[in-house]
Design a protein around this ligand. Structure first.
Ligand code: H79
Length: 586
């Protein structure tokens, strides 16, 4: 066959058109995710039936990890499927629960690390339709019910860990690691099941991958390509691995200390475990959840909160009630969350802020005792301040960049009352330049080390530890302060004269015991010697912090003072500083 030059050019133009059309339609849909702010996560699998009990023994910790923690043989574990009959499951009720909690999307575990598919799968018989007396596909009903409620629906899929399969990641108690063939696991189970999920359940908002492994960057791009080909609009979580994905998932149970740019999600579970555990009663209160949601929005991200239904398909009563509370708050105050962008100012002693074009939302978690809500770094012009819940107008006074709003004696909602400030002009981003606002109007002030400006060798590091549960504790600490030049510096704005007690909250390991340090606040110095809190650091043990009272300073007149913490002499690192605590003396 002979092609003329003209033909070739035409073919290239045609190919180019096809290619660019594909690319245009291959753009994942990000807007819904940016606006949603709040999602519900559901962990549901065979572990939900076990609830942390195995052969009469009770285990303590994250329920969905039971198989691994008890090293249950895969063949034994598989028998649990014969008991799994979730007769209390009702897709319409679940979707309504999510909707009424005020969440805009639902993500549910299609397959967790245990390897059991909670959907009808032709790829492996180890699935809810073929291996349980239930014989139905709950995911189909749930996907439909969510779409009818106007919710985005997504699947969690653990793409690498699979404790049921010889070639899956993680199970080395049945299947020796050196015999594992990860590529064939991906080729034979993981990728085919992901394709089933993308083909059989209608349009998905996202696929939530977890615990990557066994794939290099190119192979991860191939996996992403499969998702894009089947559903171009579907988002992919960063835990697909190799720094890829459409949005970033933070660590389990991690609230970042500061604003993060781009699309991201913080993930927490309602109690301590992700999968159902009967004895796990450590539920976050409605106030806790509202504060977490507002704080996540203030930092520019989404919050996805997990609930763990039991093996019968019942969502814990406490989760239902508390999330219903969250939902009714959102019905009244949703404008201050949905579609907002990050706060221009850092967390305040009274709460946090969120922003939507010319409206600043002030979320009051703690009412200042004098009724004066102090908003620093307010560079715009305030036109009006009102309570969001009832429209009541509040008196506002602006002097320079300080905005003061007079609050009523009783706030409509003690957990989070929202004041809307309508403004004209430009509200500059002052997240990092605003000093810590300290006054006599609150009982205590907590200044995180994450706010420090570091000098010398001082570094800020996020320390994560978890003993039993997946509820990792994350703390940003100032570390590697070895000489007087290695400092953690802050700026404190004292609004009121008076006495203030100063304490430091830190961890101190063996090598740092008895080191001499100082905190300088303006011209006043408080010297101290470090107290030992832990011999060593192990991420699987809780790290012990101490609250060390250093002394009392006197502030003669209001004003901004520089604060500096550093060693007095050169030597081992001073400590791991987590926060400064300042308490007005009454
Ligand atoms: O699905 C949830 C977790 O099961 C999953 N991610 C969230 C969304 C997760 N997979 N791996 N990890 C979290 C990290 C593993 C942590 C562990 Fe542990 C530490 C496993 C064993 C020790 C935490 C503590 C789980 C059991 C004990």
């Amino acid at each position: 066959m002979y092609f003329s030059k003209v033909h070739c050019v035409r073919i290239f133009i045609l190919l180019g058109a096809i290619f660019s059309a594909r690319c245009a339609s291959a753009e994942p849909d990000t807007q819904w995710f940016r606006d949603a702010k709040f999602g519900i996560f559901i962990h549901w699998g065979l572990y939900s039936e076990l609830g942390n009990e195995w052969q009469g023994k009770s285990y303590y910790g994250s329920g969905e990890w039971l198989m691994n923690r008890a090293k249950i043989p895969a063949a034994e574990y598989a028998k649990v499927a014969a008991e799994f009959n979730p007769t209390n499951f009702n897709a319409v009720d679940w979707a309504r629960f999510v909707k009424e909690s005020g969440a805009r999307y639902l993500v549910i575990t299609a397959k967790h690390h245990e390897g059991f598919a909670m959907f009808g799968s032709k790829v492996s018989p180890f699935n809810i339709v073929d291996a349980t007396p239930y014989h139905q596909d709950p995911m189909r009903a749930l996907a439909d019910a969510c779409r009818r409620e106007g919710l985005k629906f997504g699947f969690y899929y653990s793409q690498f860990l699979d404790w049921h399969e010889p070639n899956g990641g993680g199970n080395t108690w049945d299947f020796p690691k050196d015999k594992k063939d990860y590529p064939s696991y991906y080729a034979e189970k993981s990728v085919p099941q992901i394709k089933e999920l993308l083909s059989n359940y209608g349009p998905l908002g996202l696929v939530w991958f977890d615990m990557p492994g066994g794939l290099n960057r190119d192979k991860t791009l191939d996996l992403i390509g499969e998702v894009r080909r089947l559903q171009p609009a579907c988002l992919i979580s960063s835990r697909v691995g190799n720094d890829l994905g459409d949005f970033r998932d933070l660590g389990d149970s991690e609230l970042p200390p500061n604003v993060i740019d781009g699309m991201w999600e913080a993930l927490f579970t309602h109690n301590d475990s992700w999968g159902f555990v009967k004895s796990d009663a450590d539920f976050k209160t409605p106030a806790d959840i509202l504060h977490l949601l507002a704080a996540t929005s203030a930092r520019g991200g989404n919050l996805i909160l997990n609930v763990g239904p039991d093996g019968t398909g019942k969502i814990p009563e406490t989760s239902q009630r508390y999330l219903h509370e969250v939902g009714s708050w959102l019905t009244r105050n949703g404008e201050s969350i949905y579609g907002t962008t990050h706060s221009p100012i850092p967390d305040q002693p009274w709460g946090v802020a969120t922003l939507k074009t010319n409206r600043l939302f002030l979320h009051i978690f703690t009412r200042p005792k004098n009724g004066v809500l102090w908003v620093p770094s307010f560079s715009a012009t305030c036109q009006r301040a009102v309570l969001l819940a009832n429209g009541r107008k509040l008196k506002a006074e602006q002097t320079g960049d300080d905005l003061k709003i007079l609050l009523p004696a009783a706030l409509p909602d003690a957990r989070d009352t929202v004041v809307v400030v309508e403004f004209t002009g430009l509200l500059q981003d002052a997240w990092t330049s605003t000093p810590e606002m300290i006054s006599q109007a609150f009982d205590t002030f907590s200044v995180d080390a994450a706010k420090a400006k570091t000098t010398g060798q001082t570094s800020l590091k996020s320390i994560a530890s978890s003993r039993y549960f997946g509820n990792w504790k994350h703390d940003t600490c100032a570390q590697t302060m070895q000489t007087p030049a290695d400092a953690a510096d802050f700026s404190f704005c004292f609004l009121d004269a008076g006495d203030y007690r100063v304490s430091l909250d830190y961890a101190c390991l063996s090598g740092s015991k008895d080191r001499e340090g100082v905190i300088e606040i303006g011209g006043q110095s408080l010297r101290f010697q470090t107290l030992l809190t832990a011999t060593d650091f192990d991420s699987h043990e809780p790290l012990v912090f101490i609250r060390h009272a250093l002394g009392i300073i006197h502030i003669a007149s209001p004003g901004v003072l520089p604060v500096s913490i550093h060693p007095q002499t050169a030597g081992a690192e001073l400590f791991w500083l987590r926060r400064i605590i300042v308490e007005p003396v009454k």
